[in-house]
Design a binder for this molecule. Structure first.
Ligand SMILES: [Cu+2]
Length: 132
């Protein structure tokens, strides 16, 4: 190997290592950006937004949806239940008495927090959170 080649070879290796290192740096820098995009968001309007009534409980007790979403409550208890807005709800609503298998729907067009209860069993409470 000529003298000048013996000097160039290690230099080329060092340059390659620097380049490889900078590429690796770019790759790891993009990771956190992707993770940030994965922040939980409410289900899109038109998605599944169901509340089940079972064992005298609204499940989920709090459901978060986007404006324009229709929420459906379905009674799976033998006992009848109702869905009635609390006094603090931005919009008042009152369902009929729901027998087993019956359902009730409301479309939420206005952002806000909508607390509700069952008028037959006032200890049964739930909340719909509507985000714009
Ligand atoms: Cu009830």
């Amino acid at each position: 190997m000529p003298a000048h080649a013996r000097l160039l070879f290690p230099a080329a290796c060092i340059i390659l290592l620097i380049l490889a290192g900078s590429f690796a740096g770019c790759t790891s820098n993009t990771g956190p950006v992707t993770t940030g995009d994965a922040t939980p968001v409410p289900a899109a309007a038109g998605g599944t937004n169901a509340v089940t009534i079972r064992d005298f409980t609204f499940s989920p007790a709090t459901i978060t949806v986007r404006t324009g979403t229709t929420v459906t409550w379905t009674n799976q208890d033998g006992a009848a239940h109702t869905i009635v807005s609390d006094a603090g709800s931005p919009v008042a609503f009152t369902s009929d008495s729901l027998a087993n298998g019956a359902s009730y729907q409301i479309t939420f067009t206005q952002a806000g927090t909508y607390p509700y209860h069952c008028s037959i069993h006032p200890n049964m409470k739930g909340t719909v959170v509507v985000q714009s």
